[in-house]
Write a new protein. Structure first.
Length: 156
């Protein structure tokens, strides 16, 4: 994710989330163009799917042997084209290459579309945070996926 991608990322984020992240929230995921081909092993990493405009993004943070998916979203007019799976595949390949054993995330309990997507990718519920989201008191589901072994990329 480059600084030049930020306007497109923010537009998608504002569509995707009831309480969207701000530009400052994405700052840690931005890469220098010279380093874009070499994402760091630990710390924050952001990817963008662009052709040529930003159509989706994913942000992940790695530490020790775990990675946490902080955000993933696809422009609504691009839903159903496999872009979410393409981004998930990229971050799973990156996680495996960097010896992460698990990928964690949290999702709104009522986000049926996201839950269906994550379950298709092999995520399982590992916990629940009641009344987690401040805007409506909705619970957050904690999901986890093992990263070890060959990747089975589901069709979308």
């Amino acid at each position: 994710m480059l600084r030049s991608d930020l306007p497109g990322v923010l537009a998608i984020e504002s569509q995707a989330n009831p309480v969207p992240w701000l530009a400052a929230d994405f700052e840690v995921f931005l890469r220098d163009p010279a380093d874009a081909e070499r994402p760091p092993v630990n710390g924050p990493v952001g990817w963008v799917w662009a052709n040529p405009e930003v159509q989706g993004f994913a942000c992940v943070v790695g530490a020790a042997d775990e990675a946490e998916l902080q955000a993933i979203a696809i422009a609504r007019d691009r839903w159903g084209l496999g872009l979410g799976s393409a981004l998930m595949d990229v971050l799973c390949v990156w996680a495996r290459a960097n010896a992460y054993r698990t990928l964690h995330l949290e999702v709104r309990e009522g986000n049926a579309r996201a839950l269906q997507f994550y379950r298709r990718w092999g995520f399982a519920e590992a916990g629940r945070r009641p009344k987690y989201y401040r805007d409506n008191g909705e619970a957050a589901l904690l999901l986890v996926k093992a990263i070890e072994g060959p990747q089975a990329a589901p069709g979308e």
